[in-house]
Design a protein around this ligand. Structure first.
Ligand SMILES: Nc1nc2c(c(=O)[nH]1)N[C@H]1C(S)=C(S)[C@@H](COP(=O)(O)OP(=O)(O)OC[C@H]3O[C@@H](n4cnc5c(=O)[nH]c(N)nc54)[C@H](O)[C@@H]3O)O[C@H]1N2
Ligand SMILES: Nc1nc2c(c(=O)[nH]1)N[C@H]1C(S)=C(S)[C@@H](COP(=O)(O)OP(=O)(O)OC[C@H]3O[C@@H](n4cnc5c(=O)[nH]c(N)nc54)[C@H](O)[C@@H]3O)O[C@H]1N2
Ligand SMILES: [Mo]
Length: 718
């Protein structure tokens, strides 16, 4: 009998297990989960064999490409790709083979602002420091709820214990959030802030540090540029101004700034709340600047750069980071990290002309629920000529597909989390082998992605997926052989034949780990790490605390950190020119989102054990409820510039007055989906209310602080 539980000997989790982990059993057994591909015929899905499905993909892709060119095909990658080996290793060949500018991912409804900020500062958008939570004395969280989310861009299972440990060693935790979250309950201080205003507060803190002589940057001697320019640029942002704009008390603001200035080991961290807002990149930038000015970047107890087992120790290039190398066709939004912002995907589908999107491939994504202006997204996807989805369900988005290719259950695929290890608060490595063999007739995700890459590259629909795996390995091994030089006598074949796992992601992992910072370097470092050693350590391998690595990771062309590049200076001016009280008379409330422990974005709502305790309600402060005449459990109508929703109300003093909150990921009431559990508790899709606005620096969607009006649903309307 299948049972899922935590591993108390695990090097990172120490037995902590999220309810969603436990629900893997329900997911594995879910009768609605597709096991075999389906194709749509006369509006109905029919189960087919893989060859038929892949032929159908090849035919549809060929048809759309010959009529509309490569840019007629859009690719949208969703969040779960980040947490599969196949997603980490086998998407790159597909992206390359599609040769389309219409490339979108869930990053632009999530963390692109932080990546852009780190890209400009450190040279690469993948170089993101994490809080050294286990050694810090002051942990300041802006807009994150790690007790519920598990920590994001900060892998730190069991946050409750880690915060307790911090308090037990005399340190403290401060949460800045419009909502008194579970994390705020565990913290020492909760500071309630108006949504979308963090950048003002953070720039004021930067100014305060610089004015009060609290700058401690000796560790970065010769590595900082534009210190004086930064001081001038932030001068207009006083603590008093921050208090007014952020809806906070001046004493609270001053105390926060002083604590950051005076506590030696401080880690300032920001997540979704500081990201999906109009100044997301600037706020994320300012967080890095605060950590630099206090000398906490790359310092024990501050923030540090993890060194996972699969990545090289030193930055591989000094090219630096640029954005806007091309722009979207309709509204000229800038390319960031090779992607266009999802907020423009819909208009690229709707607007006729050369380069219009006529086909969509989604891999582990649910854009109908996840991205702004859901109504429009749904219509635009429904009107395409062809859609392919790599997904487990016929859901809100994939119901429009012509072909759905389902990977086998995650329990039948091995797992090493490239992303989680890359952002872990302690260096560790862990591999979980498949719990079960792949059932007859099913395919793993890497095989599916490899087939798609082959088809997109002009190959035949029955070409073996191993070809792609070999190409990836040959290219990786080729780099090593070139670096060693011809005289070494080492060949790519020698390296590849030395790998122990069978062809697939595990074999590539073996390669990466062996040439990685802890690796055995194919025997040159005999006790070094290999895939075999990982496999023999079911609780994971501990590789020690974060180490100082700034000089190794900086990949800016001059090896310096520019404290004020022009793109940020311009954004500071944009912020300075923004009216202080931006509230609109017709939309006086500000809508934010929230995550719930027992859900994961949109796709775990079909699992009965997780539905308990997850409710899709509009949280309203008691004062606002009185003004609006709303009752607890009653209904409200929420109107934004994008749409209107009718939602049940939950009255709570945990939320800041003037702010209301609705969780995202719900709204499973689209006809044609096959989600027999989720459709019994559909909830509402909050992104029907989200206009397609962006942070201009990063292209990230604005999903928090949306201006809304709220009314009581009259019986006539109901
Ligand atoms: N249980 C669960 N865990 C998850 C997920 C899930 O759906 N469920 N999703 C995963 C994913 S994809 C991600 S990206 C991470 C996200 O991880 P987190 O960022 O830690 O999670 P959120 O709940 O989005 O936290 C955002 C917080 O910001 C606050 N906030 C909103 N607007 C503002 C603002 O303008 N300023 C400030 N300071 N705060 C604001 C919200 O009230 C909320 O508490 O979680 C991951 N983990
Ligand atoms: N208003 C508002 N909107 C938000 C957010 C918010 O806070 N507020 N959060 C945003 C964030 S942070 C994110 S990351 C996005 C998420 O946006 P998406 O990634 O587009 O949506 P998910 O809900 O994660 O849907 C994942 C899909 O992948 C499928 N799936 C799951 N695992 C796998 C797998 O291993 N392989 C394959 N092929 N398919 C799989 C599921 O069935 C589902 O269809 O939503 C964003 N949308
Ligand atoms: Mo996310």
């Amino acid at each position: 009998m299948l049972k899922v539980r935590g591993d108390k000997d695990h090097v990172l989790s120490r037995g902590f297990c999220c309810p969603k982990g436990v629900a893997l059993k329900a997911f594995h057994e879910d009768p609605d989960r597709l096991r075999l591909p389906v194709v749509k015929e006369n509006g109905k899905f029919r189960t087919v064999d893989w060859q038929t499905a892949l032929n159908c993909v090849a035919e549809g892709l060929g048809r759309v490409r010959s009529a509309h060119g490569n840019n007629g095909v859009a690719l949208y990658l969703g969040n779960p790709n980040t947490h599969t080996m196949a997603g980490a290793l086998f998407l790159a060949p597909l992206i390359k083979a599609l040769k389309t500018r219409n490339f979108y991912t869930a990053s632009s409804v999530d963390q692109v602002p932080k990546q852009a900020a780190c890209g400009f500062l450190y040279g690469s958008p993948a170089t993101i420091p994490v809080p050294d939570i286990d050694r810090t004395q002051l942990f300041v969280i802006f807009g994150g709820n790690p007790l519920v989310s598990g920590g994001s861009l900060m892998t730190a299972p069991d946050m409750r214990r880690r915060i307790k440990d911090l308090q037990n060693r005399g340190g403290s935790c401060i949460v800045v959030d419009p909502m008194k979250t579970k994390t705020a309950d565990a913290a020492d201080t909760h500071l309630s802030i108006l949504p979308g205003t963090d950048a003002v507060l953070l720039l004021a803190i930067v100014g305060h540090l610089m004015a009060s002589g609290a700058v401690r940057v000796q560790a970065y001697n010769g590595m900082l540029r534009n210190m004086d320019a930064l001081k001038d640029a932030v001068a207009p942002f006083t603590l008093e101004r921050a208090a007014r704009v952020c809806g906070m008390d001046i004493e609270e603001v001053r105390h926060l700034a002083d604590q950051i200035a005076q506590t030696e080991k401080t880690a300032v961290y920001g997540r979704m709340g500081t990201s999906v807002v109009p100044f997301g990149a600037l706020g994320s930038w300012a967080i890095e600047i605060v950590n630099i000015l206090t000398g906490n970047l790359d310092a024990p107890g501050g923030t540090g750069f993890p060194l996972p087992a699969h990545l090289p120790e030193k930055a591989q290039s000094r090219k630096g980071f640029v954005t806007g190398r091309w722009a979207s066709r309709v509204s000229g939004a800038p390319e960031v990290m090779g992607e266009l912002p999802v907020s423009v995907m819909t208009e690229e589908m709707e607007t006729a002309g050369d380069g219009q999107i006529r086909m969509l491939i989604t891999v582990a994504g649910n854009p109908v629920i996840a991205i702004p202006e859901s109504e429009r997204v749904d219509k635009a996807i429904g009107a395409l000529d062809f859609q392919v989805a790599v997904d487990y369900y016929i859901n809100d988005s994939t119901r429009h597909a012509d072909v759905i290719l389902p990977p086998t259950s995650p329990l039948c695929q091995g797992h090493y989390d490239f992303v989680f290890h890359g952002f872990a608060v302690r260096n560790t490595a862990a591999y979980s082998p498949p719990a079960f063999p792949v059932p007859e007739g099913e395919k793993t995700k890497w095989e599916i992605l490899a087939h798609l890459a082959l088809i997109a590259g002009g190959g035949s629909a029955d070409a073996p997926p191993q070809l792609v795996e070999q190409a990836i390995l040959s290219s990786l091994a080729g780099n090593v052989v070139r670096a060693l030089g011809e005289q070494s006598g080492v060949t790519t074949d020698m390296l590849i034949t030395a790998l122990t796992p069978p062809p697939g992601p595990e074999r590539i992992l073996d390669f990466l780990v062996r040439v990685g910072p802890y690796g055995d370097r194919f025997g040159m470092t005999p006790n070094g790490l290999t895939f075999e050693k990982l496999g023999a350590a079911p609780h994971g391998v501990d590789l020690g605390p974060l180490k100082s690595r700034l000089k190794d990771v900086l990949s800016t062309p001059d090896g310096c950190m520019d404290l004020l590049p022009e793109i940020m200076a311009a954004d500071i001016r944009r912020l300075d020119a923004t009216p202080e009280n931006g509230a609109r008379a017709d939309r006086p409330y500000r809508l934010i989102g929230r995550r719930q422990l027992r859900t994961n974005n949109s796709w775990m709502h079909n699992l009965q054990p997780l539905l308990k305790g997850s409710t899709c309600t509009l949280m309203v402060h008691p004062e606002d409820a009185r003004t609006l005449n709303l009752t607890d459990g009653g209904r409200a109508v929420v109107t934004s510039d994008a749409g209107r929703l009718d939602v049940p109300v939950a009255i709570t003093d945990r939320i800041k007055p003037g702010v209301v909150s609705l969780p995202h990921g719900w709204g499973h009431d689209y006809a044609g989906a096959k989600l027999s559990v989720a459709e019994t508790h559909p909830g509402v899709n909050t992104n029907r209310l989200t206009p397609a606005n962006m942070d201009p620096v990063s292209g990230n969607a604005v999903m928090n602080g949306i201006p809304v009006a709220i009314g009581v649903l009259s019986s006539a309307q109901g």
